[in-house]
Design a protein around this ligand. Sequence first.
Ligand code: NDP
Length: 246
Amino acid sequence: MSSRVALVTGGTGGIGTAICKRLADMGHRVATNYRNEEKARAWQQQMKAEGYDITLVPGDVGTPEGAADLVRGVEQALGPVEILVNNAGITRDTTFHRMTAEQWHEVINTNLNSVFNVTRPVIDGMRERKWGRVIQISSINGLKGQYGQANYAAAKAGMHGFTISLARENARLGITVNTVSPGYVATDMVMAVPEEVRAKIVADIPTGRLGRPEEIAYAVGFLVAEEAAWITGSNLDINGGHHMGW
Ligand code: NDP
């Protein structure tokens, strides 16, 4: 199996950490970004204690300059990016009639504009080398909508349009582009939701529990495999049956 260079944005978060580990377990050389040095150092120590050597590069994916610096830093440390997982994301939940322009723009910028910011500096290299894997971590709520998440659902739905367009443009160049849409996974993002709301969400999930970050990472590992060369422009729903069909 080839060892590829992988960049996972937001790799120090709940799902991102599991993706970093999964890709490292597959033999890939993995990098992620950080914004807070102290938090990053503690995370890297934890990874080392678990036997993982993940490269950390400073970077805010919310600006084209920050993303370009991030990609440059990863390429200097490990070489050209061959696998990109656009995973960084935030929520700023409130009903639309209360939503401020700041809450709207912050979420669109971090969750969707970041996908442009990071993919743009890596796509030329993937096209030249005729191999690449680009995966967007979207959300169940980008497919079905969610009360209080007009900003988040719009950003996550936008990832699908991006994915299927980029997939078409690059299909003949050995580059696959796919989306993974997790349901509710037990990370800080979901544990911040009030307990009674979470209980109602879980009651609605056919498997009767929240997802585990490793279950999302497994899907990413599947899509980046050499054998997954004919899977492009797809969306993989992983949500314990919470949202089925179209
Ligand atoms: P976490 O909050 O645990 O992690 C988010 C990560 O994104 C952190 O590492 C954070 O870094 C990083 N990040 C946020 N903003 C930026 C930025 N501007 N530049 C660089 N990095 C940034 O979230 P999850 O692990 O739960 O979520 C990961 C992805 O999965 C997100 O896109 C989320 O929308 C999606 N998702 C999550 C679900 C869930 O149930 N948890 C369900 C469906 C989708 P920092 O520590 O510096 O803030």
